[in-house]
Structure formats: C-alpha cells, structure tokens
Design a binder for this molecule. Structure first.
Ligand SMILES: Nc1ncnc2c1ncn2[C@@H]1O[C@H](COP(=O)(O)OP(=O)(O)OP(=O)(O)O)[C@@H](O)[C@H]1O
Length: 293
C-alpha cells in the first residue's frame, strides 16, 4: 500500500487541519466520563479527529489511552456507564449524537462497518452463519436472495475457501483468522463508505494479522472506502494509514500525515513510541511510496 505524506499544516488541536467540513466522519471535543465504583472518572478529554473520503486514518496510543472509548463515543456506542460529557460527531453531515436511534442503527450497518477486536464478539455461536448474514440484510431491507448472493461474493473477496460450506456452518468451526474474515465480510456486506476497526487483529497470530490487514486494506482501497483503525501497533499505522492521531491519557497529543509525524515527532511521547518500535516498523514512513508486500 502506498503511504502518503501529504504536505500541509499539522493541526494543534487534534482535528485535521485539512479535514474541515469535507470530512466523512468528524469528531470534535469528545469528552467522556465513566461512573465506576460510585466515582466519576474522565477518560477522554476534548478529543477531535476527522476521516476524509477514501482516507486511511489511525489512532495510536498505549493501552488505556482512550482510543477505543473515543471511537465508541464518536459512533454513539459507549457502554452504559459511559457518558458523553461534551463534544459532537458528524457522519456525512448527519449529527450522530442527535439522530433518532432507529436512523442511527440504519446508518451504522449500511454506511459505517464496524470490525471489533474479537471476531467472536460479533458472531453468534449457535446461529448458522448464512442466517447471521440474512439478519444483517433483513435489518436493512434486503431480500434473502440479495443477501445470500452478496454474502457469497463478500466471502470470496475475503478469500474464504469454500464459502458455501462456511455459510452453512457455525462460527465455532472457524479459526480466529477465518472468523475475522467472516466478520469483515459481514461488516462490508452493505458496502459501507467508512470501515471502523478497533484493534482488528490483536486476537490473532502475528502471521495471520498481516494477512487480514493486507486483505482489509486492499478491499477498502479497491472500493474507495475510508478506514479508521485504532491500534497500539505503530507498524500497523505506518504501513496502512495516511494520517495518524497519537493519543495519551485521554487526549490527542499530535496528529498529521504518518510520514511527517513519525519522521519528526513533535511530542516526546511520540518519539518514544517511534524509538520503541524500532526502524523496522518505519520502513514505509519516509514519505516515499512504499509498497506493502
Ligand atoms: N466500561 C468502562 N467502565 C469504566 N471504565 C472504562 C470502561 N471502558 C473503558 N474504561 C476506561 O477508559 C480508559 C480508556 O480505555 P480505552 O479502552 O479507550 O483504552 P484504549 O486506548 O483503547 O486501550 P486498549 O488498547 O487497551 O483498548 C481506560 O482507563 C479504561 O479503563
């Protein structure tokens, strides 16, 4: 994959300087409180980010820095004990925080695909996979025939061998990598414009991780989709993303084109991430046109 290093200003407030109102997903000032053991803790504080059309954006930071919570806040997917204390998020100009729940559900399945950390969390072990695809199709007004055809096509695109047999089976028969391919196929079923992936490969073996990411990136590039990926792996961001937001302790420390941020980090923390990752992970971030293997 090409890693671009678009020249341009680097924003200081966590929002992309070049994102502006044209962004497909725009989050501004997200601030999240969690109630825990009778106390309220602020875990995300004023986080802003943009994802433009066709852009691959990464959010990176150590465990607990607030990456997942920011992403979930933007998509109105916070757990019960989490509250959005401040901030806004828009998708294609629609206010995600104000949309009626039904419209939000419709938009999320059809225009925003979500890939979770654990494929198993998105699959029901006791329901045949073809039925699970049909449930997704039905929820969005698609016929059974349409869904069956689309599911087969998507499983082929994610390189599942013998997709008919897989569809007639259950998720428990799949390896982790196969299960994540099925989840990717399901999340892409309705051709969403944006794919949001929360540490999509941490549950998988290292070799499988790369295969899955290559596949996801290829399909999303071919179809011109936007991707927002949350990861603690600098190699993933440097290899697959155009722009990056670096998070620590619930805030965005810096953001910008991947090549620029990692080649000349402004923040000490980003510098330490780069140093810890070592040169091997940064082979593609020099602003030149590195190709993924
Ligand atoms: N449901 C919850 N209730 C209380 N606190 C939570 C909840 N979910 C997350 N947190 C807290 O919010 C903070 C940010 O968590 P978050 O999951 O966003 O981190 P992260 O950067 O995505 O890390 P990881 O890579 O481990 O997922 C952490 O301190 C976490 O303990």
């Amino acid at each position: 994959m090409k890693v671009t290093s678009t020249p341009g200003p680097r924003a200081a407030d966590g929002a992309a300087a070049d994102g502006g109102s044209a962004a497909l997903l725009a989050a501004r000032g997200l601030t999240v409180d969690f109630a825990r053991h009778g106390r309220t803790t602020r875990v995300v504080d004023g986080v802003s980010f943009d994802v433009g059309a066709g852009e691959f954006v990464g959010i990176i930071g150590e465990t607990g820095s607030g990456k997942s919570v920011s992403l979930r806040a933007a998509l109105r997917m916070l757990p019960r004990n989490g509250t959005l204390a401040a901030g806004t998020s828009e998708f294609g100009g629609a206010d995600l925080q104000a949309l009626p729940a039904r419209e939000l559900r419709r938009l999320k399945g059809a225009r925003i695909g979500f890939i979770p950390q654990q494929p198993w969390s998105a699959l029901n072990p006791v329901v045949r996979l073809d039925r699970q695809f049909r449930q997704v199709g039905r929820a969005h007004g698609r016929s059974r025939a349409w869904t069956d055809r689309a599911a087969l096509e998507m499983l082929e695109r994610v390189e599942i061998a013998d997709p008919r047999r897989v569809l007639a089976g259950h998720s428990g028969q799949l390896s982790g990598g196969m299960a994540q391919r099925v989840v990717i196929a399901m999340s892409l079923l309705l051709a969403p414009e944006l794919v949001v992936a929360d540490e999509p490969t941490t549950a998988l073996d290292v070799t499988v991780q790369r295969e899955i990411l290559d596949l996801l990136s290829r399909i999303c590039h071919e179809d011109g989709k936007s991707v927002l990926v949350v990861t603690h792996d600098l190699g993933v961001v440097s290899h697959y993303c155009d722009r990056v937001y670096v998070m620590r302790a619930g805030r965005v420390l810096e953001d910008g084109p991947v090549g620029e941020v990692f080649a000349a980090p402004r923040h000490e923390y980003t510098r330490s991430l780069v140093e810890a990752a070592g040169a091997g992970d940064l082979e593609d971030t020099d602003g030149s046109e590195g190709e993924a293997s």
